[in-house]
Design a protein around this ligand. Structure first.
Ligand code: PLP
Length: 403
């Protein structure tokens, strides 16, 4: 059994299209020739001899050592993600937040400075604003859509830029190529949290980013089962910043969850395609609705960053954000009147989900910080599932009447 893609064993590696990589990328077959990816639920590995064991540890002999940092099922997930993302190297993590924290802490030292877009997932904002400063890393938060703010935030010790695009929950889109240029001019790296776009609709590494992180909990699992995360970058970046930190500190993915995520990847293409079409149709049905004060959907011509979206994304999004007139009370009446769409704080699931960010994911922030990010009391975030679109439209329009 080898750790290489089974296609490469027979012929020169071919560059498959994303839909094909989702099904076959990174597959390692054992000598039983199983069709489906095997689940190697093992902590460690045994060796033929003490000499072989020594050679494995020195790196002279390839093979797996210990599942905190090497396991065949996890390797399949990492290699499939590499094929999909066009990355040289990947490390899987237990959660999306483990991926974000490891990717950032691995790059930064006491005395360094990070610049991040302020429209971040609540926990990502905590890592930048509260956690990193404890270790002597200064943080500046900027309006990610304003390139001058990125430029003005640079200091002599700026080492890393971090952003999410589209952002959670207001679906702002940041010009990744432009921010990457500013970062590189300053001698810094750019890390992009690509959860909302998915690997299908946006490729940050191609746009100039140095590192991409995912919460695999979202679309990659996509069926509400397990948590996971992944960090993708060049081999040099992973070796310099990520490899030892994961190996020695252990924020690792379990083989079982890697197996679930591999099966999730097999259907990611069809799910995200369908969820994006559904979100587009729902945003059309909500257009100019009298109960809405704002409707944000990255696939619409009236999106504030429509030009950037056209340049850097292959399609809109599986998410829509809208502001219901009447603030929190109206938003709560709307959520409580939904019969099909579930109230939850997840996204990218087969089941459609509604979230009220001000009282959930962004509750920790001060009211003025929320407003600065566009997280108003009437704002809800809708994640399109796999239900029939007409059932969803009926459910949402009926509940809006009740709001
Ligand atoms: C959910 C999410 C995370 C965190 O992922 P977990 O798997 O829940 O730890 C990070 N970034 C974004 C944009 C997310 O939506």
């Amino acid at each position: 059994m080898s750790a290489s893609n089974d296609n490469t064993a027979k012929a020169a590696p071919r560059k498959w299209r994303p839909e094909t990589n989702l099904v076959h990328g990174g597959t390692i077959r054992s000598n039983f020739g199983e069709t489906s990816e095997a689940l190697f639920l093992t902590q460690g590995f045994v060796y033929e001899s003490a000499e072989e064991c020594e050679a494995r540890f020195s790196g002279a002999h390839p093979g797996f050592l210990y599942s905190r940092f090497s396991n065949p099922t996890i390797a399949m997930f990492e290699q499939r993600m590499c094929a999909l993302e066009g990355a040289e190297s990947a490390r899987a993590t237990a959660t999306g937040m483990a991926a974000v924290t490891t990717a950032l802490m691995g790059q930064l030292r006491a005395g360094d400075h990070i610049v991040a877009a302020k429209a971040l997932f609540g926990s990502c904002r905590y890592v930048c604003e509260d956690h990193l400063p404890r270790y002597g890393v200064a943080c500046t938060l900027v309006d990610g859509t304003d390139l001058d703010q990125w430029r003005d935030a640079v200091r002599p010790n700026t080492k890393a830029f971090f952003l999410e695009s589209p952002t959670n929950p207001t679906l702002e889109v940041i010009d990744i190529a432009a921010v990457a240029n500013i970062a590189h001019d300053a001698g810094a790296t750019l890390t992009v949290d690509n959860v909302f776009a998915t690997p299908l609709w946006q490729s940050p590494l191609e746009l100039g980013a140095d590192c991409v992180v995912y919460s695999a909990t979202k679309h990659i699992d996509g069926q509400g089962r397990c948590l996971g995360g992944v960090i993708l970058a060049s081999e040099a970046f992973i070796q310099a910043n990520v490899h030892q930190l994961i190996r020695q500190t252990g924020p690792s993915l379990s083989p079982f969850n890697a197996w679930v995520l591999l099966k999730g990847l097999e259907t990611l293409g069809v799910r995200v395609q369908r969820q994006t079409e559904t979100a587009g149709k729902i945003s059309d049905a909500l257009d100019k609705h009298p109960k809405l004060e704002r409707l944000i959907y990255p696939g619409r011509a009236d999106h504030p960053q429509a030009a950037v979206i056209k340049r850097q994304m292959r399609a809109g999004s599986t998410l829509i954000a809208f502001d219901i007139a009447g603030g929190k009370e109206a938003a709560f009446r709307f959520q409580n009147a939904l019969q099909l769409v579930k109230i939850s704080n997840n996204l990218g699931d087969a089941k459609s989900i509604i979230t009220h960010p001000a009282t959930t994911t962004h509750q920790r922030l001060k009211p003025e910080q929320r407003l600065e990010m566009g997280v108003t009391d009437g704002l809800v975030r809708f994640s399109a599932g796999l239900e029939h679109v007409d059932d969803l439209i009926e459910d949402i329009l009926t509940a809006l009447d009740a709001a």
